[in-house]
Design a protein. Structure first.
Length: 129
């Protein structure tokens, strides 16, 4: 986990797809190694934490209220909700776990950008030995 944190910490100045490329090989290796483990909760927790961390990076990259409003609007949030969310005064980690960020950047968004879905990959490997 510490290695993943270090790899994602380096992603502040890069695009999201470039940031995701860095830990993907390590994540794929973990899933291959832990494919037989039956602990859904641990894998699901790590999967959720990764997406939250990436949402945090997106929030930081937008920097100011106007950029954050624009980012949320581009992802389909209503103008009023995007404006209130961008100016709520809370920090990036708090905002990365809120409903407005989960609505704007759902799991499917990260799957499309290239993040390996850990729980889905583990289930797929368990079905095909």
């Amino acid at each position: 986990m510490g290695r993943i944190k270090a790899l994602l910490r380096q992603g502040r100045g890069k695009s999201l797809s470039r940031t995701i490329e860095t830990p993907n090989p390590l994540l794929f290796g973990w899933i291959g190694y832990f494919q037989c483990v039956q602990t859904k909760g641990e894998v699901q927790g790590l999967d959720g934490w990764l997406r939250r961390r990436l949402r945090c990076l997106l929030w930081r990259q937008a920097k100011h209220g106007q950029g954050r409003t624009r980012m949320l609007r581009r992802q389909g949030l209503a103008e009023d909700r995007a404006w209130r969310s961008a100016r709520n005064g809370y920090g990036p980690w708090w905002n990365s776990g809120t409903p407005h960020m989960n609505t704007a950047f759902p799991k499917g968004f990260f799957d499309a950008v290239g993040l390996i879905p850990l729980l889905d990959s583990q289930r797929r490997l368990q079905r095909h030995p």
